[in-house]
Design a protein around this ligand. Structure first.
Ligand code: ATP
Length: 235
């Protein structure tokens, strides 16, 4: 479904991604794990067109999207849930969700997707008229995921969904991520610092260090890999 082919991405003259290649197959949950500053967020930004790679290619459903604008990439079927949620605090829950459907004009489909996300996260239905900024951290994460789903993506990019949330809420959100993948047939690319949790829900994983992919394998094998255990699982 998606492949990154030897991409190099920069912030000014800082080379954040150094020849990154990886693949995501339709229907998978893929995770990218690594330390702070390894380049995980930049990888997502390079896919969604916010930090387009300077060299190399990003291919989605057979087309090159490396030089395509982010809004077009959303309309092609890729939505990103940014790190730190970045919901619109002064808009209501419903208005935040409407923003996720901004590029769509199939009103019936949008209403059906609204029902779908309210089914996933009933608390959002209860709070539909409340300002986004008044929600708890966990609820804001639910809203950020739901807003992305309102674009009806085929590929959902999730950046650190567990960040700053209580373990019980994280467990709930990860259950829903699995559900979105299995019931809604949405492919998921998950960036996480909580490697243990990420590798438990993912099918395959990539490890990133200093802007490079250093390891890739089935998630269950990465969970028992001695180097991964020492560096990322604290075992
Ligand atoms: P974290 O988990 O802390 O978000 P990460 O693995 O997602 O880390 P990135 O945020 O992709 O890492 O950062 C990769 C490198 O690019 C780091 O060296 C970082 O300092 C640098 N970087 C990230 N954003 C910018 C920016 N806007 N301007 C300049 N350098 C940046």
């Amino acid at each position: 479904m998606l492949s990154l082919v030897d991409i190099n991405s920069y912030y000014g003259n800082i080379r954040a991604l150094k020849g990154v290649s990886l693949e995501v197959k339709e229907g998978e949950i893929i995770t990218l794990i690594g330390a702070n500053g390894a380049g995980k967020t930049t990888t997502l930004m390079s896919i969604s067109g916010i930090v387009p790679p300077r060299t190399g290619d990003v291919r989605f459903m057979g087309e090159s999207i490396a030089r395509v604008n982010p809004d077009k990439i959303v309309s092609m079927g890729i939505s990103q849930v940014p790190e730190g949620r970045r919901i619109f605090p002064y808009l209501t829950v419903l208005e935040n969700l409407d923003m996720g459907a901004f590029l769509r004009n199939d009103k019936d489909g949008v209403n059906a997707d609204l029902d779908y996300v309210f089914g996933l996260f009933p608390i959002l239905a209860e709070r539909r008229n409340q300002a986004g900024g008044t929600l708890s951290g966990g609820e804001q994460q639910m809203l950020a995921i739901s807003r992305a789903l309102m674009a009806r993506p085929r590929l959902l990019l999730l950046d650190e969904p567990s960040l700053g949330l209580a373990p019980l809420i994280v467990k709930q959100i990860f259950e829903i991520i699995k559900k979105i993948n299995s019931e809604n047939n949405t492919t998921i690319f998950l960036v996480e610092q909580n490697a243990n949790l990420a590798l438990k829900v993912a099918h395959r994983g990539y490890v990133m260090e200093n802007g490079r992919i250093t390891l890739s394998d089935a998630a269950d094998r990465l969970l028992t890999n001695e180097d991964v255990k020492k560096a990322y699982l604290g075992i």
